[in-house]
Design a protein around this ligand. Structure first.
Ligand SMILES: Cc1cc2nc3c(=O)[nH]c(=O)nc-3n(C[C@H](O)[C@H](O)[C@H](O)COP(=O)(O)OP(=O)(O)OC[C@H]3O[C@@H](n4cnc5c(N)ncnc54)[C@H](O)[C@@H]3O)c2cc1C
Length: 400
């Protein structure tokens, strides 16, 4: 790896996850900017190990297009044309069809591994980005004159005008900045896997609220041999002793077949189950002198509405636009006014989604009869009120 000791980068990004790398690619469009993206893990290992998929909204796809990677994903990501919401044994309570939204897809389901591969390829094509990985950042120090930050990584130090923490929900950058958080543990876990099923999914995303927790089936493009595939997110509460992770593969497959919509036919697992503890974390501030937080480092939310990374994409787009505009005007990428503008642009949107997601978790993880009644009545009401339905469709698309 090249070391650039002595050189001052415009932006150093701590964390080359999906958000950090997207930020690097958006900034990389401004040829005059010098960018470093530092990650503690081996990127190829991350590709092998992250078996998750992400629901990418229509708005996020536009951001990925600007970042120069959407073309690489288009054939691989599966469009969502139909969203079906069910509650317990009730029939479909709420159904959104893309034909009701002007024929535009609600979004796409993409393999995280495909997004990561596309971002890595784009970063290596942009000559003003240095990707430093695997190398953990250990600390940082703001220079005595406040003109830059010295980022101390395992093998070297680098200087930058702006340091961005994109290091995920347990962000060490956030801690080093001295930023407090509002956080709680939902005492829930998401168990995920990819399955093959007998019949096609018709590009439908299904969210089924069972007393044991929400169960989502998300459409994927067919596998190489024409196998119909979907991604599954089981949310479970209660003790780890009763977790789905403790079932044998055969028992887990039987659970899947009980819960899957019957029109999918027989279902079998095609990769290993993974489990993620679910919590909420929101930073009290996204900025400090010459520092900013983006994506999960600023706000980590429950995946019930599939919006976590979509919010992160909106953060990195806002920050990249401000930094590129400053670069065009010959300004400083880490100026206080620029950082204050970033925080102003993003805080309200993120706070709203944190609150909405939290309310959804409470409403849909609750099986007390009056709550269940209100939930079903609410879903039916939305279904019958075209303006309310249009509002929710716009939210799902993230088209702003
Ligand atoms: C089950 C599940 C399903 C989800 N589904 C969706 C969905 O459908 N749609 C959606 O929008 N969102 C979804 N999300 C949320 C989404 O996965 C996250 O919002 C997203 O992964 C956050 O990306 P990030 O780049 O901010 O953080 P991360 O992916 O956590 O990346 C952080 C990176 O920082 C690196 N790092 C950490 N510390 C250091 C350090 N000290 N030095 C150097 N590098 C460091 C790590 O190695 C890592 O690569 C889901 C989440 C879960 C758990």
């Amino acid at each position: 790896m090249d070391s650039n000791i002595g050189e001052i980068y415009d932006v150093a990004i701590i964390g080359g996850g999906l958000a950090g790398m997207t930020l690097a690619c958006l900034l990389g469009r401004a040829a005059g900017l010098k960018i470093a993206c530092i990650d503690g893990q081996d990127p190829q290992k991350q590709i092998r190990e992250d078996a998750r998929t992400t629901a990418i909204s229509y708005g996020s796809a536009k951001i990925l297009e600007e970042a120069g990677i959407w073309a690489a994903l288009e054939g691989k990501a599966c469009p969502i044309e139909d969203i079906r919401i069910l509650d317990g044994a009730s029939p479909v309570l709420l159904n959104f069809l893309s034909t009701e939204a002007g024929g535009k897809s609600f979004g796409w389901i993409a393999d995280n591994a495909d997004i990561r591969r596309a971002l890595l390829a784009r970063m290596s094509a942009l000559k003003n980005i240095e990707h430093i990985a695997p190398q953990n950042v250990k600390d940082f120090v703001v220079s005595p004159d406040g003109g830059y930050v010295n980022v101390v990584a395992e093998g070297q130090s680098i200087k930058a005008r702006l340091v961005v923490g994109a290091d995920g929900r347990n962000s060490a950058t956030r801690e080093w900045m001295g930023v407090r958080t509002r956080d709680w543990n939902y005492r829930q876990r998401a168990v995920i896997c990819t399955v093959a099923h007998e019949y096609p999914h018709e590009n439908a995303a299904v969210e089924h609220f069972w007393p044991s927790g929400p169960f989502a089936v998300l459409p994927m493009t067919d596998g190489e041999n024409g196998v119909h595939r979907s991604s599954v997110v089981f949310t479970e509460h209660g003790s780890k002793r009763n977790s789905l992770m403790r079932l044998t593969p055969q028992e887990f497959e039987a659970e899947l077949n009980v819960r899957f919509p019957k029109e999918y036919g027989t279902v079998r697992m095609i990769n290993e189950r993974m489990c993620f503890p679910l919590s909420l974390v929101h930073a009290a501030s996204y900025i400090a002198p010459r520092m900013a937080l983006v994506a999960d480092a600023a706000h980590g939310i429950h995946p019930i509405a599939g919006q976590g990374l979509n919010l992160g994409f909106r953060d990195v787009k806002a920050l990249a636009d401000l930094v590129c505009a400053a670069a065009r005007a010959g300004g400083d990428a880490g100026a206080d006014a620029l950082l204050a503008a970033y925080q102003r642009q993003r805080r309200f949107d993120n706070m709203t989604m944190v609150a909405v997601t939290d309310a959804l978790v409470r409403l849909f993880s609750n099986n007390i009869p009056p709550v269940r009644f209100l939930r079903r009545a609410g879903l039916r009401a939305v279904s019958r009120l075209p303006p309310a339905k249009r509002f929710f469709m716009r939210q799902a698309m993230g088209d702003r």
